[in-house]
Design a binder for this molecule. Structure first.
Ligand code: SAM
Ligand code: SF4
Length: 333
């Protein structure tokens, strides 16, 4: 049981750790084409990342998700997975997973499986190769599909994450659902969040509320809402016709903060207690100040003690409020 309890009584048992701000794609809703990345010296080393995760595990963390940027482009990233796998082996950690764009999965899937990873989330917003190149700017669909196949061959369960984008993948809703059913992948839709400096008009034009997506889905399928929660922000429905379970992450149309069990740490050791708030705690300074973990543990506890109640994202008709200037690739999606 975690010893990390926030002021609202929520047990914090889940860390999303961004290991790099870099990426081999430039998804239009996530990054500018010419990004200024952080100097390498600002990044936590792999040893520091391991020490940080181990401190969280000591405090009762049960689930760890590695993300980015693109986690699999970080040099020698498998050393971190290998090191962290000891916490799975000891039973201290229940789950080690990652969120990836899939571009490097063909290379790394077998080793990830060997390190105890059982599930992987792959972001894939379209099955059309030309549209895939358009939305990711630098990505190639075939490479990602190869990666997904490699993950399955290695025994990993795959969840496809689709960001719902008005005018972009609306027309592919049923194709995506059917493809996931045929391939036996789990599927979750995500509402586009106002992260990064893209301008309110851009965001409002992109926003396809999942309430509308769900209504469209119910024109073809019988949806049964599932009461189960996985401790995460998704709510689920079962499609009677295919038996599929579909997730919806709806920060805008339905606020999920009351069940939040997570915190995020960036690749520079900034700890965000909420994706949608500015408050941040620096874990790099205590990590580097001493080889002893006392200051680090105190910093983590102090940060949890000020976890806010929730985010303030809102798309009203005239303005987008609650916008975060930092991008998702910075905070770690
Ligand atoms: N590069 C990896 C990937 O794409 O899966 C991991 C990092 S990425 C920032 C994590 C997730 O955030 C992806 O599923 C991506 O689609 C999503 N994302 C990025 N910007 C977003 C935004 N503004 N709103 C909602 N989701 C976003
Ligand atoms: Fe890279 Fe993931 Fe952001 Fe796309 S969503 S640019 S793959 S970090």
């Amino acid at each position: 049981m975690t010893s990390l309890i926030d002021p609202f009584g929520r047990a914090i048992s889940y860390l999303r750790l961004s290991v790099t701000d870099r990426c081999d794609f430039r998804c239009t809703y996530c990054m500018a084409e010419h990004m200024q990345f952080l100097p390498k010296r600002d990044l936590l080393t792999l040893e520091e990342l391991d020490r940080l995760c181990t401190a969280f595990v000591g405090l009762g963390l049960r689930k760890l998700r590695i993300t980015g940027g693109e986690p699999l482009v970080r040099k020698d990233i498998m050393m971190l997975f290998r090191a962290l796998s000891r916490h799975l082996a000891s039973g201290a950690l229940e789950e080690l997973t990652l969120t990836t764009n899939g571009s490097q999965l063909a290379r790394f899937a077998p080793e990830l499986a060997d390190c105890g990873v059982r599930r992987v989330n792959v972001s894939l917003d379209t099955l059309d190769a030309a549209k895939f190149s358009e939305i990711t700017r630098w990505g190639r669909l075939a490479q990602v599909l190869d990666g997904i196949n490699a993950a399955r061959s290695a025994g990993l369960r795959v969840k496809i994450n689709v960001v719902a984008l008005k005018g972009f993948n609306e027309s592919e809703l049923f194709d995506l659902v059917e493809w996931c059913a045929a391939e036996d992948h789990d599927l979750t839709f995500i509402e586009v969040m106002p992260m990064g400096e893209f301008g309110d008009a851009v965001r409002r034009n992109q926003y396809w509320p999942l309430s509308a997506l769900r209504a469209q889905l119910s024109e073809r399928y019988t949806l049964t809402p599932l009461t189960e929660r996985t401790g995460g922000p998704a709510s689920y429905v079962r499609l009677a016709e295919s038996g599929q379970k579909i997730g919806f992450i709806t920060p805008l149309t339905h606020n999920f903060c009351e069940s939040c069990n997570r915190v995020r740490v960036t690749c520079t050791g900034e700890m965000f207690m909420c994706l949608g708030q500015e408050d941040v705690a620096d874990l790099r300074a205590p990590l580097r100040a001493s080889a002893d973990d006392a200051a680090l543990l105190a910093a983590i506890r102090a940060a949890i003690a000020r976890k806010p109640k929730g985010h303030d994202f809102d798309y009203s008709r005239t303005q987008v409020t609650g916008t975060m200037r930092r991008t998702m690739s910075h905070t770690g999606g």
